[in-house]
Design a protein around this ligand. Sequence first.
Ligand SMILES: Nc1ncnc2c1ncn2[C@@H]1O[C@H](COP(=O)(O)OP(=O)(O)OP(=O)(O)O)[C@@H](O)[C@H]1O
Ligand SMILES: [Mg+2]
Length: 397
Amino acid sequence: MRILLFTGKGGVGKSTLAAATACASAAAGHRTLVLSTDAAHSLADALDVPATGEPSEAAPNLWVQHVNAQERFERSWADIQGYLLSVLDVAGVDPVAAEELTVIPGAEEVLALLEVRAQAQSGEWDVLVVDCAPTAETLRLLALPEALGWYMTRVLPVERRVVKALKPVLTRAAGVPMPGDSVFDAIERLHAELDDVRAVLTGPETSVRLVLTPESVVLAEARRAYTFLTLFGYTVDAAIVNRVFPDGGADPWRTTWVEAQARVLEDAADSFAGLDLWTSVYRASEPVGREELLDLARQVYGDTDPLASGPAHPAMSVRSTAGGRVLSLPLPLAAQDDVRLARKGDELVVSVASYRRLLTLPSGLARHRVAGARVHDGQLQVRFTEPTTPTTSEETT
Ligand SMILES: Nc1ncnc2c1ncn2[C@@H]1O[C@H](COP(=O)(O)OP(=O)(O)OP(=O)(O)O)[C@@H](O)[C@H]1O
Ligand SMILES: [Mg+2]
């Protein structure tokens, strides 16, 4: 089983490249499902076949699915939303406004990923190709279960018991309805499901491919995505620069663009030095339909297997040195100044710009003190020393 996620800024060619890769995979004899979690659903347009909420056969070995996030959303969220609505009702919020307030931005897209997990676990497919929504923000939301882990295992069960025991009193005192069992159940179910999705998408079978176009603004976003996807434990294995102008022709407009793109391509090569880097030319027409897409895939991947995972990546590791033990976490393209560390009990909070991950420390380090940290060679290295006195919280850069 192989899972490939295509992500990148809006309009760069994610759907096209996901569809092209899926066509190549199917042509090589793998049972392939290409699905989109993005509400825009342009896969069907790229493949030039109809698509629905269920996998439908588009070509030999090739199935296509447009996940209906709305439906999933309603199923998973109904109990929690129902509760929030009742609270807002008591608070006197207009029901229409209340509906709006209980919709979390990005939640639909996250729930669409539940379908990716379901398909991954169905045993039906050799290959899953996922056309993600613009920007990888959604994948970041999958860090939520991890971030809530402590709350879920330690606080929620207690809260549930307390609320149950005190429900009549609390409801009278607070004047708002207290959450019932179904709300707690729904929260727990959602938490477990999202945790499971994250496990699948950060697992050894899954790679993320960054799609970009040769413009500096787009490259800047792809670089950020590379950093935070790695921070959250996803394996980025390749970057694909799409819509590169072919050179040739004396027209100054074109020459200027070709030169500008060549500079961005050089920067891209530096930025993604540890990854496979592929390019695809700006075609004279939109690549639509199986033949065109197969041709595009051949041009992008050349002789390499489109399904092969890129160069091996270092994972999080701990080694002993003379000065103590050093925890290394891959963090490509991050500048030392952007990284903040905080220690909370047996957890390390790593923040890069506005992204934050809670890492549970390996048991061997849980009681050690943070003695220093640096960003070096695409890695965050945190030095720990033996515990002298117990520490609870400290800040370092
Ligand atoms: N190499 C290429 N040459 C010419 N046209 C291309 C190429 N790649 C993509 N396109 C065209 O660019 C447009 C955008 O591509 P696509 O829909 O795949 O982007 P996307 O990243 O999925 O966009 P969105 O963020 O809206 O989902 C489409 O019209 C597509 O046919
Ligand atoms: Mg798209």
